[in-house]
Ligand binder design. Sequence first.
Ligand SMILES: *[C@@H]1O[C@H](CO)[C@@H](O)[C@H](O)[C@H]1NC(C)=O
Ligand SMILES: *[C@@H]1O[C@H](CO)[C@@H](O)[C@H](O)[C@H]1NC(C)=O
Ligand SMILES: *[C@@H]1O[C@H](CO)[C@@H](O)[C@H](O)[C@H]1NC(C)=O
Ligand SMILES: *[C@@H]1O[C@H](CO)[C@@H](O)[C@H](O)[C@H]1NC(C)=O
Length: 552
Amino acid sequence: MGPAKIFGAGISVALLATASPIAQSLPDQGTIGGILNPIGNVISNLTAPINNEVLPGVTFLLSNFTATTYTGTATSCDMNAADEYSTTSPEAVGIDSHKLKAALSYAAVDGSFSTKVFRNGCEVGQGFRDALMDRVPSLNAGQTKAIVALIAGIVADRGWVDLDAPIDDYVEPGLGDAAHRSRTLRQFMQLTSGAQVNHVSGLNLFADISRTREYFSSTLQYPAGTYYQFDEITPSVVVYCLERAIQKAMGTNIDFQTFAQLALFDPLGIPTSAYFWQKDRSGVTTGYSGLWLRPLEFGRIGLMLLNNGTFGGCRILSEDFVQSMRQGTTANCGFGLYVSLNSCQPGQTQVSTDYPSRSTLPGEEWIQSAPNDMYYSLGLGTNTFVIPSLNMVVTRDGYQELDIVPGAVSGSLNGAFPGNAGGPGEHEFFRLLMASITNMPTSVRATIQNSGPYDRPANENVTVAPFILPLSAPLGTYTAIGPHGPVGCNALYCPSSSNDGLTWLGQVPRVIPGLVGLESRPSGCEAQFTGNVDLPDITIFGEPVFGDTETS
Ligand SMILES: *[C@@H]1O[C@H](CO)[C@@H](O)[C@H](O)[C@H]1NC(C)=O
Ligand SMILES: *[C@@H]1O[C@H](CO)[C@@H](O)[C@H](O)[C@H]1NC(C)=O
Ligand SMILES: *[C@@H]1O[C@H](CO)[C@@H](O)[C@H](O)[C@H]1NC(C)=O
Ligand SMILES: *[C@@H]1O[C@H](CO)[C@@H](O)[C@H](O)[C@H]1NC(C)=O
């Protein structure tokens, strides 16, 4: 027996805990690990099961230190956008609740703020920190890109953009050369733009002058569509192009985020108080990261994808677009439109991100303990996993990768630098989760590459080039000086576009109602567009938000 301390939101609680490895814990015991703090549990591996019989009635704020599973007999659930999730017992949808708790407990020990499991549309369980954390907007990091892809699909479904047309059609006149303007939105979303990347520039979270204009000063290193490269710049070009296309089609200079609320978040029942979204100084919403959406909402996104684009009876995206998100490329079988795909086959080209190493894999599942039709958004520990063959969605939030042995402790470079798909912790979580399913079809089980312990070789290589080349890139990003600064900008702003400064910070207070639970959810279809290309019959669209509409 040894003490373990937990700190959360300024509260500390000391608990007695036995220090035995999680593998030995009983399935329905909760486990805690190390030190919980608002930015993640990054420094410790004090895994220990908590036995409720030793500590009867102990609660931590609203939650016991055990995963929550629900009761009920519904075998499937429907919900309207304005509803909270419908719940049922794991058993009612073919899941063993004790084993599910073991998986959720595993997920929760590592600093996961939130972990939720859904099957047949019903929420069946969540982690023990969810009650405390799932209404706190958190940086969605790479998951932001997946949201951008959804909005791209909505805009493409309406015929307002062609994802395969050169972005020349959408970029303002005079910005960038013909080669930069010849790439397509689909290539950007597949991370195959071919533009050279520098992650020291790219990870500049709060000082962006203009991401879009940085792309137009980048070196085009590879032919478009041929080389997969993790890229923090071009997702903002996608947002920029979408915003201009939306404004042109609607005849108003509506902001990208206003459109996102009306066309995506309203029909998903996600209120504005659930998120804020950063912009760069030129006023373009950041595409690669910068969405601070609370974890409670991730399941709605996953359920909509699982349903091929509908949610609460509203069609949000076409089925075709949802399926096209799941198509890999010849440059990387494991990446679709801003989502990771578990579907690589031997012999295909599979490439990891270059955080911190770029590696080529032999065509295998990223997460080998999960079915191969799984696809998911990949953020800095932020994920929405969709498994169509099991009618399942799993959501996870936390700034550390899903692993009870943080990279910072294990000494694993790839673990310490999150952002790669398919680490040991993700493997173990899905191994436990899949073991909880009592009615898994044989055909689905056959697609699980490894139901045993994680067995991939450690990769401690570092791929240096994308962090140092071109040498002038960071100077350009931060000061606009040199060949790789944003085109036409100075250190403060881009004179030819609006200067937003850090006005997005003004959005932060919007989320307070969400934090305290006072917000009401939008009711969905009523606020949504009807038809494919018709302009919406909603008065807010009738009036320009400010100034004249740009057309080009
Ligand atoms: C945590 O650390 C202990 C002692 O270093 C180690 O034996 C154990 O395997 C670690 N936990 C896990 C789950 O790896
Ligand atoms: C804590 O767990 C006990 C026993 O499992 C349960 O009866 C109680 O409702 C739980 N409390 C909360 C706040 O979830
Ligand atoms: C989604 O679409 C795919 C491919 O068209 C189809 O096989 C699947 O059954 C659909 N799923 C749902 C829930 O409609
Ligand atoms: C690490 O680098 C070495 C030397 O370039 C290479 O042989 C090896 O395959 C790399 N490992 C991985 C996992 O990519």
